[in-house]
Design a protein. Structure first.
Length: 284
């Protein structure tokens, strides 16, 4: 009797969900709104809603939407000395790297970090023999199709090429999966702000990487240049010479930018405080 009741309850839940969504949304936005309402009615769990939304959105996205742009790619030069390669691998912290020869456009293979250690034990080895064949995909390739290819080929990285056959960026299976599980920065989303700047409990500021430099200047009373860069993330990356990684801190214009979250080759959130030197000067 109890088993029958449980089956009845399960059918009831399914029927309620189908009845709620019927006769069917006319657009992706309406379907996502339906999922949000289903969560509010406790028909689905919040985690399930996030994943379902990710799957829905991913169906309309391509490799070009998610890729790490070519200027932000960490590449290894096949002709670089071993020590230089090792230092670059340690600094970047990736498990695999595209390798180029001559120009950055000429990707000849992918090097697994663990394979680089083989050169230390056997210097006579040729680095070329350790390279894995690169996988190339067009910018227009759909993420759902790309994910299937990743799983079928047991690959984790692909080089994205543009319509002219030039390297446009790279994409990893982690980038695709993150689109399914939802935005990582949701853990920081505690409210809405028009300028991407929020005040944290300790008095510091949480600043979005794509916040306008003018908004940052206004919020902190500083004068960072606004002519060459639109976003604070782009400006900080330029000053550092590369995109900072999570946990890194950069001091620019009297402010200390600590990376709270980096994703897809770009900083999503900074924690911003006054730089110690700026505090000393203001207090003297």
């Amino acid at each position: 009797m109890q088993q029958h009741d449980r089956e009845k309850d399960r059918r009831s839940l399914f029927e309620r969900l189908v009845e709620f969504i019927s006769p069917g949304p006319d657009s992706t936005d309406e379907l996502i709104e339906s999922l949000a309402t289903a969560e509010q009615r406790e028909l689905i769990e919040p985690e399930s809603r996030v994943m379902l939304e990710g799957v829905i959105r991913m169906a309309g996205m391509s490799a070009g939407d998610v890729m790490v742009a070519v200027k932000r790619m960490d590449l290894l030069d096949i002709n670089a000395p071993y020590e230089d390669l090792l230092n670059q691998v340690i600094d970047a912290g990736h498990s695999r790297f595209p390798v180029f020869e001559g120009s950055r456009e000429n990707i000849i293979g992918v090097l697994m970090t663990k394979d680089l250690l083989k050169l230390q034990r056997a210097p006579e080895l040729n680095l070329r023999t350790l390279l894995r064949p690169p996988v190339f995909v067009p910018e227009s390739k759909g993420l759902n199709e790309l994910l299937r290819d990743f799983r079928a080929n047991r690959s984790h990285m692909a080089i994205v090429i543009d319509e002219f056959g030039k390297t446009a960026g790279l994409i990893t299976i982690e980038d695709v999966l993150e689109e399914i599980v939802g935005e990582i920065e949701d853990e920081f989303d505690v409210g809405e702000s028009d300028n991407g700047i929020f005040t944290l409990a300790d008095g510091s500021q949480r600043v979005a990487g794509d916040a306008d430099i003018e908004a940052v200047n206004t919020a902190f009373g500083i004068h960072l240049p606004v002519d060459d860069f639109d976003t604070i993330g782009g400006f900080v990356a330029h000053e550092l010479g590369r995109v900072p990684r999570r946990g890194e801190a950069v001091e620019v214009g009297g402010l200390r930018f600590s990376v709270m979250l980096a994703r897809g080759g770009a900083v999503r959130w900074f924690k911003v405080t006054r730089a110690p030197d700026a505090l000393d000067m203001s207090g003297s």
